[in-house]
Design a binder for this molecule. Structure first.
Ligand SMILES: *[C@@H]1O[C@H](CO)[C@@H](O)[C@H](O)[C@H]1NC(C)=O
Ligand SMILES: *[C@@H]1O[C@H](CO)[C@@H](O)[C@H](O)[C@H]1NC(C)=O
Ligand SMILES: *[C@@H]1O[C@H](CO)[C@@H](O)[C@H](O)[C@H]1NC(C)=O
Ligand SMILES: *[C@@H]1O[C@H](CO)[C@@H](O)[C@H](O)[C@H]1NC(C)=O
Length: 647
C-alpha cells in the first residue's frame, strides 16, 4: 500500500507550526546562575534545564544515570544528596522551593510562575498536569528539567558555602555532570539486589561534609513538610495528619510508618510483568497515540507508569496524583518514564511510520502534537523564555535541549543499535542492569525472590502473543482499582500477600484522580511469558488458541482491589491498609460498572537476531471475553453440562 500523505489541511498545519516556531523562538538565553535567595515570586522563571546554566559556550549534554549507577560515583552522589537536602529545606513560600515545584502537579492548586492553570473537571481546581491525553509524555519533560535545574542550583549553593580547598574543588568538578537520576523499575536489577533501590528506602543515609562524615535523614525516602499545610478535608483528615510523605503507610493517622519493604517486595514480584510490558511497548507499539496514553486500546506508557504510582503509594502520597510529586520517588520514577519516551523516539525514527498512524510525521520524526489541535498546546506553566513563551510538545521533542540525555540513546552505531540495546535491557535475554562484578552491593531490606510462575521474558517462539485486556468505561469513582492475575486460586486472602502466590502472573491498576466519566481507560497484563512457562513445565500442551482457551478457563483467576478515600476505614486491619475488596463482596456493579475483561491474542513473528524486534502479524483477536458475572466471580466459568454438546 502506498504511504498515505497528510491531507492539505494537515500540511498547512505543518507549515503554520514551523512558521510560529521560527518567529518566536530565539536562541535559549543562558542566565548564568539564577539566585536561589528568597523573594522568587515575581518575574518569569524560564525553564531551560541545566542547559540554561553557566558558560553559554558549553553545550555538553550529560547523561542522567540510573540511581544505583550514580551512587557509585561517590563524590557526585554526595553532591546529589546534599543538593536535594538543601532543596527540600527551602522555604515553602519560595517559588523555587521543592514544595512549590512539587505542587505544580496538583495541590495546593495555586498559580506557579504567575500562570493560571486550566480548570480541571475532576478536582474542581485549576491545574496543569496532563494525564489521560497525548501530552502525558511531553508535559512531564520540562517539569523534570525544572526540577533538575533547581536541584543543580541547590547543590552548587551547598558547595559554594564550603571553605576553599581540594574537597570543595572535587565536588564542584563533580557537579558539572550531575543530572537527575532515574529509577529503572522494569530492567533486571543488579545481582543480589531488588527492583527498588535501597538508597530510596533507607531512613537515614551517609554523607560527607568538609568537617567529615555524617548521617542525615534520607531526602530520597521522604519529603518533610515545613510546615504541614492546612490541606482541605478530602473525606478524611490524613493529609493534615501526614507531616511527611509516606509509602504504603500503616495508617491514615498521625504516627504512620512507610512500608518500603512491602513496596519493594511487590515491585520485585511484578517486575517481570513490567519488563514484558515495557518491551512490548518499545518494540511493538509504533504510533504515538497508542504509546502515549491510556485512553487508547491496549497498553500505554501512562498505564505502565500508573502501577508504579499505585505500588509505591499504597494508599500514601504516590497513589494520589494531586500529592504524588511530593514523594521524592516521583522524580526518579518519572525520569525513567521520560527515558523510555526518549528510547521509543529513537526506535520509531528508525522505522517507517506510515502516514495513517502519524500523519504529521514527514521525516520519520515524531510530531508531539495533540491531533485535535491546530496549533501546539502550551505546556503550562513552563516558560521557555523570559518574554513569556511556553514550551510545547513539539519544542521539547529533543530532550538534549535541556542539557541531558540517557546512556541508552547515546553514541548509537550500526552494530550497537537502539534495537539491540532495547533487547539487551528488556528483551528475552535481558541481563542485569550494568552487569559488572564490582557493582554487587547488598540492599538489606530488598527481597531477592523472583516470581516462580513467570521466569523469563516472552520468547514468542510459539508465534503467539496473549494479553489480558481490561477496559473501564463510564467509571466515576475516587480511588484506584488494581487487578491481580493468577494461575490457580490464590491461597491467601490478604491482598498484600497475593504477589507472593505461586501462581501470581502480574498486577496492573487504574489510577483514581485521572478517571473521568465517559472515557474508556485501558490497561493490560501480558500472559505470553506466563503461558510459555506453563508449556515448558508441560502443564499446557502448546500455545495454540484452543489449548490456551481451555487452560485459561480452568486456571486463570483474578482479584480486583479498590482503594477509595471514604469507605476504607471499616476494612482497616492491623498493618494492612489496603483491605482487599475482591470480586462480588464489595465491588458491586453499581459502584464500578463497566469493567470489561478479555483475553486477546495476536500472531507474532519472532525476531531472528538481537538486531531485530518481533513483529506483529495479522489482527488483534479476542480469545475470551468475560461476562459481567465472570468479572465479579474472578474467573471464566467452566461450561455447564447442558451447554456441552453431547455428540
Ligand atoms: C564564547 O565564545 C565566543 C566566541 O567563540 C567568545 O567570544 C566568548 O568569549 C565565549 N564566552 C565565554 C563565556 O567563554
Ligand atoms: C534548613 O533551613 C533552616 C532555615 O533556613 C536552616 O537554619 C537550617 O540550617 C537548614 N538545614 C539544612 C540541613 O540545610
Ligand atoms: C576562595 O577562592 C576564591 C576563588 O578562587 C577567592 O576569590 C576567595 O577569596 C577564596 N576565599 C578564601 C577565604 O580564601
Ligand atoms: C558517547 O560519546 C561521548 C563523546 O564522544 C563520550 O564522552 C561518552 O562517554 C560516550 N557515551 C557512551 C555511553 O559511550
Amino acid at each position: 500500500m502506498a504511504p498515505t500523505f497528510p491531507s492539505r489541511a494537515l500540511l498547512l498545519t505543518f507549515v503554520l507550526v514551523v512558521t510560529i516556531t521560527f518567529v518566536t523562538s530565539s536562541p535559549l538565553r543562558k542566565r548564568e546562575f539564577p539566585s536561589l535567595d528568597g523573594n522568587q515570586q515575581g518575574g518569569i522563571f524560564s525553564v531551560l534545564g541545566i542547559a540554561g546554566l553557566g558558560d553559554p559556550n558549553d553545550t555538553t549534554v550529560y547523561p542522567r544515570l540510573e540511581i544505583r549507577q550514580l551512587e557509585k560515583n561517590t563524590v557526585q552522589w554526595n553532591v546529589f544528596l546534599l543538593g536535594l537536602q538543601r532543596f527540600q529545606n527551602v522555604s515553602q513560600e519560595d517559588k523555587l522551593s521543592y514544595f512549590q515545584i512539587a505542587g505544580i502537579h496538583g495541590r495546593p492548586w495555586v498559580a506557579w510562575d504567575g500562570v493560571e492553570g486550566d480548570p480541571d473537571e475532576k478536582s474542581q481546581h485549576n491545574g496543569y498536569c496532563q494525564h489521560g491525553n497525548t501530552m502525558f509524555p511531553t508535559w512531564h519533560r520540562p517539569y523534570l528539567a525544572l526540577f533538575e535545574e533547581v536541584l543543580y542550583l541547590n547543590a552548587r549553593q551547598v558547595i559554594l558555602e564550603w571553605p576553599n580547598g581540594t574537597f570543595k574543588d572535587t565536588h564542584m568538578a563533580a557537579l558539572t555532570s550531575l543530572r537527575l537520576p532515574y529509577w529503572d523499575w522494569a530492567a533486571v536489577p543488579p545481582a543480589n539486589e531488588g527492583s527498588m533501590p535501597w538508597s530510596i528506602q533507607r531512613p537515614t543515609i551517609p554523607i560527607t561534609l568538609p568537617s567529615g562524615p555524617s548521617e542525615i535523614t534520607n531526602p530520597l525516602a521522604s519529603y518533610h513538610f515545613h510546615p504541614t499545610p492546612e490541606w482541605p478535608d478530602e473525606g478524611d483528615q490524613r493529609w493534615k495528619a501526614f507531616s511527611q510523605t509516606y509509602r504504603h503507610p500503616t495508617t491514615r493517622q498521625t504516627g504512620a510508618i512507610s512500608q518500603n519493604g512491602l513496596v519493594a517486595n511487590t515491585l520485585d514480584r511484578n517486575r517481570q510483568s513490567m519488563q514484558n510490558r515495557v518491551y512490548n511497548l518499545l518494540a511493538m507499539t509504533k504510533d504515538y497515540m497508542s504509546m502515549s496514553n491510556k485512553y487508547q486500546p491496549g497498553d500505554s506508557l501512562e498505564s505502565i507508569h500508573g502501577i508504579i504510582h499505585d505500588t509505591v503509594g499504597g494508599d500514601g502520597h504516590m497513589l494520589w496524583l494531586q500529592y504524588s510529586a511530593f514523594d521524592p520517588a516521583f522524580w526518579f520514577h518519572h525520569a525513567n518514564v521520560d527515558r523510555l519516551i526518549a528510547i521509543w523516539q529513537e526506535v520509531v525514527t528508525q522505522t517507517v511510520v506510515d502516514g495513517q498512524t502519524c500523519e504529521l510525521d514527514q521525516q520519520h520524526l515524531i510530531y508531539f502534537l495533540p491531533p485535535t489541535d491546530s496549533s501546539p498546546t502550551a505546556l503550562k506553566p513552563f516558560h521557555s523564555s523570559d518574554t513569556g513563551d511556553f514550551w510545547t510538545s513539539d519544542s521539547v521533542r529533543h530532550w538534549q535541549t535541556f542539557g541531558y540525555t540517557y546512556l541508552a540513546v547515546q553514541n548509537l552505531t550500526d552494530t550497537d543499535t537502539i534495537v539491540s540495546r532495547v533487547n539487551a535491557l528488556y528483551g528475552t535475554s535481558a541481563r542485569p542492569m550494568f552487569s559488572d562484578p564490582l557493582s554487587v552491593y547488598a540492599s538489606p531490606q530488598s527481597s531477592h525472590k523472583r516470581s516462580i510462575s513467570i521466569s523469563g521474558a516472552s520468547t514468542f517462539a510459539s508465534r503467539r502473543q496473549y494479553t489480558v485486556n481490561i477496559r473501564l468505561h463510564e467509571v466515576s469513582f475516587d480511588g484506584s482499582l488494581k487487578f491481580y492475575f493468577f494461575f490457580g486460586e490464590p491461597v491467601t486472602g490478604d491482598a498484600v500477600d497475593w504477589v507472593d502466590e505461586q501462581g501470581f502472573i502480574g498486577v496492573t491498576s487504574v489510577l483514581a484522580a485521572s478517571v473521568q466519566g465517559g472515557n474508556e481507560i485501558n490497561t493490560v497484563v501480558p500472559l505470553t511469558a506466563a503461558l510459555e512457562a506453563r508449556v515448558r513445565i508441560l502443564d499446557l500442551p502448546n500455545m495454540e488458541e484452543a489449548f490456551v482457551d481451555d487452560y485459561l478457563t480452568g486456571n486463570l483467576r483474578w482479584k480486583i482491589v479498590q482503594v477509595r478515600s471514604t469507605v476504607l476505614s471499616q476494612y482497616l486491619r492491623e498493618k494492612v491498609l489496603i483491605r482487599l475488596q475482591a470480586n462480588g463482596d464489595v465491588l458491586d456493579s453499581e459502584s464500578i460498572p463497566g469493567i470489561q475483561l478479555s483475553v486477546l491474542w495476536q500472531e507474532v513473528e519472532p525476531a531472528k537476531s538481537t538486531l531485530e524486534f518481533p513483529s506483529l502479524r495479522g489482527a488483534l483477536q479476542t480469545l475470551k471475553e468475560a461476562s459481567e458475572d465472570e468479572v465479579k466471580a474472578g474467573e471464566f466459568c467452566k461450561p455447564t453440562l447442558d451447554s456441552i454438546s453431547l455428540e
